[in-house]
Design a protein around this ligand. Structure first.
Ligand code: A3P
Length: 341
């Protein structure tokens, strides 16, 4: 029924990175030798490829994605920095765009049985992972995909076609804390947890998967300002504050606006509820299943709040990250709410 069945869902995670690098193509191994590298958060190294930090296997699948993906005008690509609301956005976009096929009030809705990452697959972790070149031609329209790859590195067919991009970003304080928790949860027991201080220094230097975070955000931010019909730029905090308003905006952008009858019939509220943190985290598939790279779905749902960073960061760290944000984002017009209200 769903995309999982059309795209081979294999995973080779849980690997030791050295062994895994041995499995890379010769081309990729040679490329790695030429790239700047730093100690990784979870794997031994992160490499700087086309200006962003990522793991060796992500480089291989990104290259394949760049070479092979042919966008259609009807495609929708959901782009995010990790831990900024990817799972939520995938659920909402899927619910909106597929509501004719999957009525929202159905007790059989795919979101009740599948994790959003299985319904909206990542290019780099699923579609083009593990040397796969799947046939994407039969996926239902609109085809929905996810990616963490920065705008500059997306395949040209995405940029040139009329396909749409939705980007969600989240205030860097919460994104950092969410990333730090997540990495420590998915580390194998044989690896020591990463101290918060060490992770924080790396984050502020930009050394984190798909970072620097400011460059990732600014790439999509600038594009959304230059081509608002191409890129919709959302913020996690705005979605928490007024989901109804943001859902209407998202549905219109995707080309599936809510009708007056739907609004009156409570469709928007139903989508918001179906995709809410509280509902999703208690679903059996999200308590016990696995999706991206065989990571346990339960680790994708932690607190789902704005402002949890306050329980972790020292005043010095707050000052440091504030300064980084001012320096890197200050002139762009992009700013964040960092406290819950
Ligand atoms: P916290 O760790 O702060 O709780 P991503 O989906 O990009 O990996 O982001 C994960 C973050 O989004 C986690 O934040 C997670 O709890 C939160 N999240 C997951 N599902 C959500 C939902 N349906 N609504 C709001 N937040 C959600």
């Amino acid at each position: 029924m769903v995309i999982t069945h059309s795209v081979k869902n294999q995973s080779r995670d849980g690997y030791q990175e050295a062994g895994e690098e041995g499995k890379l193509s010769q081309e990729c191994k040679e490329l790695l030798l030429s790239l700047p590298k730093e100690k990784g958060w979870r794997t031994s190294h992160l490499y700087k490829y086309q200006g962003f930090w990522c793991q060796s296997r992500e480089i291989e699948s990104t290259i394949s994605f760049q070479r092979h993906f042919q966008a259609r005008d009807t495609d929708v690509v959901l782009a995010t920095v990790p831990k900024s609301g990817t799972t939520w956005l995938k659920a909402l976009a899927f619910a909106i765009a597929s509501r004719e096929r999957f009525p929202i009030f159905s007790n059989n809705h795919p979101l009740l049985k599948f994790n959003p990452h299985d319904l909206v697959p990542f290019f780099e972790y699923k579609i083009y992972a593990n040397d796969q070149l799947p046939d994407l031609s039969n996926l239902p329209q609109p085809r929905l995909f996810g990616t963490h790859i920065p705008f500059a590195s997306l395949p040209s067919s995405i940029k040139k076609s009329s396909c749409r991009l939705v980007y969600i970003c989240r205030n860097p304080f919460d994104t950092f804390i969410s990333s730090w928790h997540f990495i420590n949860k998915i580390k194998p027991p044989s690896q020591a947890p990463m101290p918060l201080e060490e992770a924080f220094e790396m984050y502020c230097k930009g050394v984190i998967g798909f970072g620097p975070f400011w460059e990732h955000m600014l790439g999509y931010w600038k594009e959304s300002r230059d081509r608002p019909q191409k890129v919709l730029f959302l913020k996690y905090e705005d979605m928490k504050k007024d989901i109804t308003f943001q859902l209407k905006k998202l549905a219109e952008f995707l080309g599936f606006p809510f009708s007056v009858e739907e609004e009156r019939g409570g469709v928007i509220e139903k989508i918001a509820k179906l995709c809410s943190f509280e509902n999703m985290k208690d679903l059996e598939v999200n308590k016990s299943g696995t999706s991206i790279k065989n990571f346990e779905n339960k680790n994708l749902f932690r607190k789902g709040e704005v402002g949890d960073w306050i329980n972790y960061l020292s005043p010095r760290q707050v000052e440091q990250l504030t300064k980084v944000m001012e320096e890197k984002l200050g002139a762009s017009g992009l700013s964040f709410e960092v406290f819950s209200n």
